[in-house]
Design a binder for this molecule. Structure first.
Ligand code: HEM
Ligand code: FES
Length: 777
């Protein structure tokens, strides 16, 4: 029955609710018209569901018999709870076949059953755990040289031709070769496997026309038999290095976990999981970057952006655009009630374009800080085990192509076609062209020696930098210069908030400087740098060598020193060059019409940076304390009277901050906020630390943290993604929720009150007081 069969357009709702919707709830016309096999969804899946994200984030589609879920938070919540939302239907046919095709499948004994991805608890987790080791970063590192070699050889084959279909000439075959190698399957007939994989996709996620079904079933049946034959051969000698052999060797030890049925189903599903996904994702990424030429050029100029570019491309255009679940009991998503047995199509790519979670989601942004929060790999207990192998392959593709073919462009006039199905998405062909005479390696063969370090795992936020050019160097006081920086290509810079800083790379060093310009001005940033006699090179370099026109690598902006927007009154105290973040805060307070007072301390007026501007803009609120004029700040008397309407923000020399801490000891807790540019976290001393366990509530595993290991490192070694940046307890990026166990807080991010609540921790430095913590991961 189709939704339109009872007369769409004849006025009123086209759907017979009582008959078609399990709860009898109204199905809107748009919900009824949703068709994932043709039209807008095939062309632009996230765009085609914008209406749903905005107006009807969970809707029932009678044609499919599925509930469609499109918002980030909902999709993630469903992935998170694999008990209520069972994955049992993940490999089920989304379109039932006719009798003839079913007879063909039966003829081949087709019996695709539970693997990992569609297995329920309690069977799934012991299997996942038993089979995880080959996917961990140290094991994956062994595959890197092979991937590089393959990519290089394939590019060699076409680099002098001037045009190529990247899918046919590289992007299909390499992930397939890597997948077979990873699984331990002999590299046989690639073309046959390609035909089988297409059939498997159509069989599981497509809507083949009745006349195509038999051919699809034939190939699916043969694929099933082929998987069985390979498995039988492998059993004769399971000593090889592949993941399938690894499972076969474990079978005698755990026959209930690694079953025969699992091995046969996984042999077939695994070939598709490991290669089709990666081939399509690579094609999506390259297409997307070439369509956004300036970003492609940026990658060519700066390969350190590749790791994050891969995440952003996976977010923007992942290869698995929708996945499935089925409810095991009546439940709710948002305010929509679902009965038991409700089938869900959860549209990851729609979640990835949800503006409620990602800023400007339809903009491809290579420096997007939370790009790797995308759901293209799923999340939680079933999250893609092969994600780090896929990330590695896509990085190496991009690295090789941006190095050897920076002048690559999409061949004009091509239309991209996609295999019509709900879930696997990537162009079937990707024609590119270039002028071989301009291949850089003809002039400079040494570029072939370039080897960028591959990130195995989720990229660190630290890796995201931009090249900026020095626009102005001006004197701001004795021994203080004010530097104006702009994007090298004059692109608008990210917005920042008062208290933000940037990290500037100066040779081997990286230094942090607070922003002190106008936060609304997206064309440039301003910092002020004081000459530090004990400088290890940072400020000396800036003062002695930095000139207009120089370029610098800049990370950020980041804010570890945020202004509480709800405070009724602010007291700002700056010592010396500490005026930079404080000035931005005071400017903000003035613009907001807030009650504030600004105290600025220095040794002499001549040494006080930006004094003219501070005086001009903050006249009434400003109190200057100049030591050589006898107006030194008396911290104790300033803070004698505690006030519960006032938040104090200070930046300056350590002795000033210490004095403030002491003078506010009788103030309400957390009244004083200070800027920390460095942390006193030492190296972990394993003698003084103890090991403890992390129970991960969403992923269903337990991870042990060794005495010489951070929580962050232990999580990553277990293939759990957690973002990080400073890794010194300063920035807050590595925060995770804690639901049980007492936290030994060591960061500088959380306030005393936040620590006391004991519900979140910074994983780069904080630990457990006892022997266990439960994390919301
Ligand atoms: C599961 C996507 C590459 C092996 C999954 C899931 C998704 C996914 C969406 C289901 C997650 C969930 O239910 O939460 C992708 C994408 C890839 C990719 C987009 C490439 C860009 C790979 C590779 C391998 C692999 C290269 C193997 C070498 C698996 C396995 C599971 C899985 C074994 C099942 C995990 C479980 O249920 O416990 N993948 N995948 N994937 N993937 Fe991938
Ligand atoms: Fe910055 Fe942990 S990574 S606080």
């Amino acid at each position: 029955t189709t939704a339109t069969s009872n007369g769409e357009g004849s006025g009123g709702c086209p759907v017979d609710h009582a008959r078609l919707s399990p709860t009898g709830c109204p199905v809107s016309a748009r919900a009824a018209a949703f068709d994932p096999f043709t039209g807008p969804y095939q062309e632009d899946p996230p765009g085609s569901l914008r209406w749903s994200r905005d107006e009807e984030p969970v809707f029932y589609n009678p044609q499919l018999g599925y509930w469609v879920v499109t918002r980030y938070e909902d999709v993630k919540a469903i992935f998170r709870d694999n008990i209520t939302f069972s994955p049992a239907n993940v490999l089920e046919k989304i379109t039932p076949f006719g009798d003839e095709a079913n007879a063909v499948l039966a003829k081949y004994d087709y019996g695709m059953s539970r693997t990992l991805v569609n297995e329920d608890e309690p069977a799934h987790m012991p299997r996942r755990r038993a089979l995880m080791e080959p996917f961990t970063p140290p094991q994956l590192a062994h595959h890197e040289p092979m991937v590089r070699r393959l990519v290089r050889e394939h590019v060699d084959r076409f680099i002098d031709k001037g045009k190529a279909d990247l899918v046919d000439e590289m992007l299909y075959e390499i992930p397939l070769t890597v997948a077979l190698h990873f699984l331990g399957v002999p590299e046989e007939d690639m073309e046959t496997l390609r035909r089988y994989s297409v059939a498997h996709t159509l069989n599981t996620w497509g809507r083949p026309a009745p006349e195509e079904q038999v051919a699809v079933a034939e190939n699916v049946g043969k694929f099933w038999q082929y998987a069985g034959t390979v498995l039988d051969k492998m059993r004769e000698d399971p000593s090889g290095p592949g993941w399938m052999q690894y499972g076969i060797r474990l079978q005698p030890e755990m026959p209930d976990v690694i079953t025969d049925s699992y091995l046969h189903s996984m042999m077939m599903a695994g070939i598709v999981a490991a290669h089709e996904t990666t081939a399509l994702a690579s094609a999506n990424a390259i297409k997307l970057l070439l369509e956004n030429r300036s970003l492609w050029e940026e990658l060519c100029a700066d390969p350190s952006l590749i790791a994050n570019a891969v995440e952003e491309c996976l977010r923007f255009s992942g290869s698995i655009v929708a996945w499935r679940r089925i409810t095991t009991k009546a439940t709710k998503i948002g305010d929509v009630e679902l009965p038991e047995g409700a089938k869900l199509l959860i549209v990851n790519t729609s979640a990835n374009h949800d503006e409620r979670f990602f800023d400007n989601p339809d903009e491809l942004d290579l420096r997007r800080e939370n790009a790797s929060d995308h759901l293209s790999f799923g999340y939680g207990a079933h999250q893609c085990m092969g994600k780090n192998l896929a990330r590695m392959e896509i990085q190496i593709f991009l690295e090789e192509l941006t190095t050897r073919l920076p002048h690559l462009e999409l061949a004009p006039g091509q239309t991209f076609t996609y295999l019509p199905n709900t879930s696997f998405r990537g162009p079937e062909h990707l024609w590119v062209r270039w002028d071989p005479a301009k291949n850089p390696e003809r002039e400079r063969p040494e570029i072939l020696d370039r080897q960028v370090k591959i990130t195995i795992g989720q990229p660190s936020r630290r890796s995201i930098s931009r090249t900026m050019v020095v626009r102005e160097v001006a004197r701001a006081a004795d021994e203080v210069v004010r530097i104006t920086l702009a994007d090298v290509r004059d692109r608008p810079l990210p917005k920042w908030s008062p208290g933000s800083h940037v990290d500037i790379e100066l040779g081997e060093l990286s230094r942090q400087y607070s922003l002190c310009g106008d936060p609304d001005d997206r064309s440039c940033y301003q910092i002020a740098v004081q000459k530090d006699r004990e400088s290890r090179g940072g400020s000396r370099y800036v003062h002695e060598r930095l000139a207009v026109g120089d370029t610098l690598r800049v990370r950020g902006p980041r804010n570890h020193f945020k202004l509480d927007p709800d405070a009724r009154r602010y007291l700002f105290i700056a010592g010396g060059i500490g005026i930079t973040p404080i000035l931005a805060m005071a400017d903000h307070a003035r613009r907001q019409g807030k009650d504030y007072e600004l105290h600025y301390c220095g040794s002499t007026r001549a040494a006080m940076a930006l004094l003219d501007r501070v005086t001009r803009d903050h006249g009434d609120a400003l109190v200057l304390h100049v030591s050589d004029e006898g107006t030194r700040l008396d911290v104790e008397s300033l803070l004698a009277e505690p006030r519960d309407d006032t938040q104090i923000y200070s930046c300056g020399p350590q002795r000033l901050l210490d004095a403030l801490a002491e003078a506010t000891s009788h103030w309400p807790e957390d009244s004083l906020h200070v800027e920390h540019f460095s942390s006193d976290l030492g190296e972990l001393d394993p003698e003084k630390e103890h090991a403890f366990d992390l129970r991960l509530a969403d992923s269903g595993i337990t991870v042990t943290v060794a005495p010489d290991q951070t929580v962050l490192a232990a999580l990553r070694a277990a293939n759990i993604d957690v973002p990080s940046d400073c890794e010194e307890g300063l920035c807050g990026s590595c925060e995770v929720g804690v639901t049980e166990g007492e936290i030994d807080h060591r960061d500088k991010v959380l306030t005393k009150a936040e620590r006391a609540v004991n519900n979140k921790m910074m994983t780069c430095c904080s630990r457990a007081c006892g022997d266990r913590l439960t994390l919301a991961l």
